[in-house]
Design a protein around this ligand. Structure first.
Ligand code: ZN
Ligand code: ZN
Length: 140
């Protein structure tokens, strides 16, 4: 059994719409950002996706159904629920992190995207995502 004493490593849980494909990601969130590339739009049906990365080492799928993988470009596979189609992640060949859609977290408020907005110019013209200013920590 694991010790309860050192619970410092943050843990994020999430899953798809039908909740059969779920995951646990451990560790500090890496590079939370927005992307509005055409592939993100087409794969999600949304104008923009908020992404975050976690090390593959400490990430695991733990639902009753494994994700389906769609090869969306030469080096990228998108992970989706094979039942409800919910887009959960993306894997890049040779990359040690998995990208996870922040909105698939059970509590998407836990991770706030930074300033980076990839392919902003590809977003629909009517769309202007607004990111709240990061709340300041206890001390500066
Ligand atoms: Zn599902
Ligand atoms: Zn994208």
């Amino acid at each position: 059994m694991k010790s309860e004493e050192h619970k410092e490593i943050p843990e994020y849980v999430g899953g798809c719409l039908c909740n059969e494909t779920t995951f646990i990601a451990k560790g500090e969130p890496i590079n939370p950002h927005l992307c509005s590339c055409s592939m993100c739009q087409k794969s999600s049906g949304a104008p923009t996706i908020a992404w975050v990365e976690f090390p593959l080492e400490t990430f695991r799928w733990n639902g009753t159904r494994n994700p389906g993988l769609y090869q969306s470009s030469e080096k990228t596979q998108r992970c989706f629920c094979q039942k409800c189609g919910g887009l959960l992640g993306a894997l890049n060949d040779g990359y040690s992190n998995i990208c996870i859609t922040i909105a698939s977290l059970n509590n998407p408020s836990l991770i706030m995207p930074g300033e980076q907005h990839s392919f902003k110019e590809s977003a629909p013209l009517w769309w202007d995502p607004h990111i709240l200013k990061q709340k300041k920590g206890k001390s500066e």
